[in-house]
Design a protein around this ligand. Structure first.
Ligand code: AMP
Length: 330
C-alpha cells in the first residue's frame, strides 16, 4: 500500500527542561514518514530550501521513504520552527515560525504520489492541504491534522478540507476551538457531522480518544519514566495510526469497510483500535529523545514488544462482581 503525505519538512530548534537542540531535522511530514515507513511505502511531498542537508534527506531514504517529490527551491529557506516546553510537556510554546519555501509552494505531485491508496494531510496551511487532496482523488482513506494557528487564521479553508477527509486528528483543545464546543464529545460529534468517519483526539501524556458515529475508544499513553522532548509526538502517532490502516487495507485487499465490528459500522472498529495502539507505541518512542533521534534508529521488534506491553496494561476482565445484598436500617 502506498501513502502520500504533505506537511512541513523543517529545521526545529527546541528547548525543554531536559536539554536543547538547534536546527535538528523536524517537520510534520518528516515525523509522520519515519513512523509510517514501518508499515507502508511512503511518498513525501513538500519543498525545502538549498540549506537542506544531504544527511537529513538520507535519514528519510534510509527508512525507504520516497523523497522524489521533495522539491529543492534554489535560494529558498527550509521551513523553520523554534519552540520550547516548560515542565508541562503537553504545551508547546512557539517562539518563531518561518514558512520559508512554504510561503509560495505550489504542490506538483508525481504520478506515484498521486496514485496513493492512503493520503495524510499533515499540519500545514489548509489551502495547501486542499490542493494536494484534489490531486489524490483515488485515495481510499484520507486523514488530516492541523493546529491552532490555522484554526485562528484559515478556519474556512480548514473546514472545507475536513469535509473531504475520512479522519481528523487534532488535540483536545484544537477540537474545542475549531467547533466552539466546550465539551470534547460534542466537539467530536460536530466534526463527524461535517463528513469524516472518525475523529482522534490527541491528549498528550494522557493518551488519545477515538470517536466514530457508533463507538468510542480510549487509550492512555504508554507510561514512561524518561520523556525528553514531545516535539513530533502527534505526527509520529499519526504515522503509526495511518500506517496500520494502510497495512490492514493491504491485508484485506482494500476492503477496509468489509471487516466492520459491529456489523454495519463504517470503518472496522478493531482496525481502528489496533491503529490507535500502534500510534501510541510509536509516539512513546518519539518522546524518549529529541526530535527524530529515537525513531530513526527504531527496530520493528521494539514496536512489537511495546504493543504487547500496551495490551497487557490496558485490558481487564470486565467480569461482573457478586452483588451485595443491600442492608436497610431496621
Ligand atoms: P507535533 O507533532 O504537533 O509536535 O508537531 C511538531 C512539528 O510541527 C515540528 O517538527 C515543527 O516543525 C512542525 N510545525 C510547527 N509549527 C508548524 C506550522 N505552523 N505548520 C507546519 N508545521 C509546523
Amino acid at each position: 500500500m502506498s501513502i502520500t503525505v504533505v506537511g512541513s519538512i523543517a529545521y526545529d530548534s527546541v528547548r525543554t527542561p531536559f536539554g536543547e537542540r538547534e536546527r535538528m531535522l523536524g517537520g510534520t511530514a518528516v515525523h509522520f514518514s519515519l513512523a509510517c515507513s514501518f508499515f507502508a511505502d511512503v511518498h513525501v511531498v513538500g519543498p525545502v530550501g538549498d540549506d537542506f542537508g544531504a544527511d537529513e534527506l538520507a535519514q528519510l531514504q534510509r527508512r525507504g521513504v520516497d523523497t522524489a517529490d521533495i522539491e529543492r527551491v534554489a535560494d529558498g529557506k527550509t521551513f523553520f520552527w523554534r519552540g520550547h516546553y516548560d515542565y508541562d510537556l503537553n504545551t508547546a510554546h512557539t517562539d518563531d515560525t518561518q514558512l520559508g519555501v512554504f510561503a509560495d509552494f505550489e504542490p506538483k505531485l508525481s504520478p506515484a504520489s498521486r496514485a496513493c491508496d492512503v493520503l495524510f494531510l499533515a499540519n500545514i496551511q489548509p489551502e495547501l492541504q486542499l490542493r494536494v487532496r484534489e490531486q489524490c482523488d483515488r485515495a481510499r482513506f484520507v486523514a488530516l491534522d492541523s493546529m491552532n494557528l490555522w484554526i485562528e487564521t484559515a478556519r474556512d479553508a480548514l473546514v472545507r478540507v475536513i469535509e473531504t477527509v475520512d479522519c481528523v486528528l487534532l488535540n483536545d483543545a484544537e477540537l474545542k476551538m475549531l467547533t466552539g464546543q466546550p465539551n470534547l464529545v460534542r466537539a467530536a460529534r460536530e466534526v463527524i457531522g461535517w463528513g469524516p468517519r472518525a475523529v482522534v483526539a490527541k491528549q498528550g501524556e494522557y493518551g488519545s480518544a477515538l470517536f466514530t458515529a457508533e463507538r468510542f475508544f480510549g487509550l492512555p499513553s504508554f507510561p514512561l519514566e524518561t520523556v525528553l522532548d514531545p516535539t513530533g509526538a502527534g505526527d509520529t502517532f499519526a504515522g503509526g495510526f495511518i500506517g496500520t490502516i494502510a497495512a490492514e487495507l493491504e491485508r484485506s485487499a482494500g476492503k477496509l469497510d468489509d471487516v466492520p465490528d459491529p456489523p454495519g459500522a463504517a470503518l472496522g472498529d478493531e482496525i481502528l483500535r489496533n491503529a490507535m495502539a500502534h500510534g501510541t507505541a510509536l509516539a512513546s518512542f518519539n518522546v524518549e529523545e529529541f526530535g527524530t533521534e529515537r525513531v530513526s534508529r527504531l527496530e520493528h521488534t521494539e514496536i512489537e514488544a511495546r504493543i504487547h506491553e500496551l495490551h497487557e496494561i490496558t485490558h481487564f476482565s470486565g467480569s461482573p462482581l457478586p452483588r451485595r445484598v443491600s442492608r436497610t436500617a431496621s
